[in-house]
Design a protein. Structure first.
Length: 252
């Protein structure tokens, strides 16, 4: 029987957690959550007898010890991460320790901040006939980025970009985007603390990126959406075009 659940809590809005994730939090005996990123309201639905622990000051070994102790006592663990566990998280190393201890686990996906930011800004990453790809990436910081996966290389493809973990490096991002061949007028969304009460969403372009980031108070939880196809969204998709037939509708 599964005893440990890794749960994507979404970008911060307590209502942007999946029903499945919320149910696991409600039945857990130990709720471990990243308090530096996940608002306390997200885990407020835990049962009164649950032990709720902020993992921010803990090491990998300490969180693992808490999980194994709970499982050994017959309890259920909800390990709550911000956004989606598959993106820029530390689930793999935690899962490896659980596997070594023969403890079963399940990963429950969550809404990633890029999608929440696009919704808040009322924009689309893709546009018919022009932009059909989204790249989730970051600038190098304390964690390096392979040169082949640099923002400059991805910008050269003309794909939409969601740039994480780079909120204090707007100037560097601007330089990389221009070096990749994107026009200064390419639309950009600067989004800070998406899904929280302090949410800020600013529409700008590459030329105005540094000024917009400063005005938005860009910091650790700021995300940049680079949208080369935004101006092309007037193009009609084929999906609902009367001349486009498919298994559910004949072309006419």
């Amino acid at each position: 029987m599964t005893k440990v659940f890794f749960i994507g809590a979404g970008p911060g809005d307590p209502e942007l957690i999946t029903v499945k994730g919320l149910k696991r939090i409600q039945c857990a005996d130990l709720v471990l959550y990243a308090g530096s990123l996940v608002p306390r309201e997200v885990v407020a639905e835990a049962k009164p007898t649950a032990k709720i622990v902020d993992s921010a000051p803990l090491t990998l070994e300490e969180t693992h010890a808490l999980m194994t102790e709970t499982v050994a006592g017959g309890g259920i663990v909800a390990r709550v991460h911000t956004g989606d566990p598959a993106l820029y998280g530390a689930v793999a190393e935690q899962a490896a320790l659980l596997e070594a201890a023969n403890i079963d686990y399940e990963i429950i996906p969550g809404v990633t901040s890029a999608c929440a930011a696009a919704a808040a800004a009322k924009v689309s990453f893709t546009a018919p006939e022009t932009v059909q790809s989204l790249v989730i990436t970051r600038l190098p910081g304390r964690t390096s980025v392979p040169e082949a996966q640099s923002v400059r290389r991805f910008a050269a493809t003309g794909a939409a970009l969601a740039v994480y973990l780079s909120g204090t490096m707007a100037g560097e991002l601007q330089a990389e985007l221009l070096a990749g061949g994107l026009a200064p007028g390419t639309p950009v969304v600067v989004a800070r603390q998406v899904g929280q009460q302090e949410e800020v969403v600013v529409h700008t372009d590459i030329a105005g990126l540094t000024e917009a980031a400063a005005a938005a108070g860009a910091g650790r939880q700021t995300l940049f959406l680079v949208l080369p196809g935004l101006d092309a969204q007037a193009a009609r998709s084929r999906l609902y075009h009367p001349g486009f037939g498919h298994g559910r509708r004949e072309a006419r």
